[in-house]
Design a protein around this ligand. Structure first.
Ligand code: SF4
Length: 232
């Protein structure tokens, strides 16, 4: 059957539409020229994300600076992408990093694997692990996308002291979770200051654990090994 619209037998309407068809294609272009420009000048101008956007993780601290992570590994078990590696260790009287029995000695998140689903933060029993709105996680090599504990730890705010240091006098672990600790005390400050000039095995003079370098408290070559484990 002959084409009634575009063929040689098409009527006047068909002739006109054929005539303007090439020009009609530019209609979208012309209409777009007068629309408001939506170009984002990224990275010069960064738009704020939604408040609950799932960005880079953060390991939180108690108000006196002790770490909330107790090294339970639940976040690692919950991760569907196997992107988290945790190795817990016991707190001691000389080196206490968290109010509980244990702390996260090694903590790594592999952002080459992470899918930002948030299951890890749901699994965390102490609210140690949360997600920030930070989304600029790109690099030109794989190793730098495996974030270590120092990179993930929340910064020390006013009133916080860098671990290790003792708990607030008279407080138990549950008191920390009940919000009874609001800041470090002069006793904790004195303890930290007395230790500042005495570098400990595997501990930086500030007391921060030397993770992400070569050795840790017990002298094992932990980070390189565990980085390999996360990288697999
Ligand atoms: S971040 Fe939370 S879930 Fe993960 S090891 Fe630490 S306490 Fe456990």
């Amino acid at each position: 059957m002959a084409d009634q619209t575009n063929g040689p037998d098409s009527g006047k309407g068909g002739f006109l539409s054929d005539l303007f068809a090439p020009v009609g294609g530019f209609g979208v272009t012309f209409a777009t020229m007068f629309r408001k420009v939506e170009t984002e000048e990224y990275p010069e101008e960064k738009r704020p994300t939604q408040p609950r956007y799932h960005g880079r993780h953060q390991l939180n601290r108690h108000p006196d600076g002790l770490e909330k992570c107790v090294g339970c590994e639940l976040c690692a078990w919950a991760c569907p992408a196997d992107a988290i590696f945790v190795e817990g260790a016991d707190n001691t009287a000389d080196a206490r990093f968290s109010p509980g029995e244990r702390y996260g000695r090694v903590y790594q998140i592999n952002y080459l694997r992470c899918i930002f689903c948030g299951l890890c933060i749901e699994a965390c029993p102490t609210r140690a692990l949360t997600m920030t709105n930070f989304y600029e996680l790109a690099d030109d090599n794989r190793a730098d996308l495996i974030f270590t504990k120092e990179q993930l730890l929340a910064p020390l705010l006013e009133g916080m002291l860098p671990p290790p240091h003792p708990m607030v006098d008279g407080m138990e672990e549950r008191d920390y979770y009940q919000g009874k600790v609001t800041s470090s005390t002069p006793e904790q400050e004195a303890w930290v200051r007395a230790r500042e000039d005495e570098p400990q095995d595997g501990l930086a003079p500030t007391g921060d654990p030397v993770i992400g370098v070569d050795t840790v408290a017990d002298g094992r070559q932990a980070t390189r090994d565990t980085t390999e484990a996360v990288r697999r």
